[in-house]
Design a protein. Structure first.
Length: 236
């Protein structure tokens, strides 16, 4: 069996991501890499991160899931942006626009943001189409993989809303095991689950978001021959 490597919430932190892949000695032709969403916002290099993830998916059959920050960027570019723009900017979106648009400044205004949206639409439509196309979950013989979690109210978790796949928190974290396979998830920083940025092993679920874009760490959960191992890169 090949190793399964799981990483989540890179958030534009391309340097720690590449360093982590090197640290775990990732071999694209042998290992299965599964990324659990949120490749943009907060960190300094969203554009480079999306390009890297896109290349991994297209060339090495890497599984990349959709996260709420990915969807928010898609919505900003695909719509008039009015509804999503305040939340996008509030949650690290300015760093994403600065990564994509060479003319963006910290002291921006509505007109500059409008120009940035048009610039991304015109020059990076392949990135937006890629993020838009990502699946909400993945399942194999060993785990269920999802960005945020599963809603325990659903007898068939596949029928839950897109919103739950990308946003659910408390009721999922606090639920007793309700799936046959462990659920691997990101979205919620593990420091919120057990006062540590290290990977959180719960009942029937494993949280792996180490809060890299918040100056903590990027985690990798490794599943190899029935055993779990962990690795991380500090983001200083």
């Amino acid at each position: 069996m090949s190793r399964i490597l799981m990483i989540s919430d890179i958030h534009g932190c391309i340097k720690p991501f590449n360093e982590l892949l090197d640290a775990v000695k990732y071999i694209p032709t042998e290992d299965k890499l599964i990324l659990l969403g949120d490749y943009v916002d907060r960190g300094p290099q969203s554009k480079e991160t999306v390009e890297r993830v896109k290349e991994l998916v297209q060339n090495y059959n890497v599984i990349a899931l959709k996260g709420n920050h990915n969807q928010r960027l898609v919505d900003l570019i695909r719509t008039d942006g009015e509804e999503v723009q305040p939340k996008f900017l509030e949650h690290g979106g300015m760093q994403t626009l600065q990564s994509y648009c060479p003319f963006m400044t910290e002291d921006c205004n509505e007109e500059l943001i409008k120009q940035a949206r048009e610039y991304v639409r015109d020059h990076y439509n392949t990135h937006i189409a890629f993020l838009e196309s990502l699946p909400l979950y993945h399942e194999d013989l060993y785990h269920i993989y999802v960005h945020a979690g599963l809603n325990p109210k659903y007898a068939n978790w596949r029928e839950q809303s897109d919103y739950d796949f990308m946003y659910i928190k408390g009721e999922f974290h606090q639920s007793k095991p309700f799936t046959e396979k462990p659920i691997i998830f990101g979205h919620t920083r593990t420091i919120e689950l057990h006062d540590s940025p290290d990977i959180w092993f719960g009942q029937g679920k494993i949280g792996i978001d180490g809060g890299c874009a918040y100056g903590m760490q990027l985690n990798c959960l490794i599943y190899d021959d029935g055993h779990y191992y962990t690795a991380d890169i500090k983001n200083s």
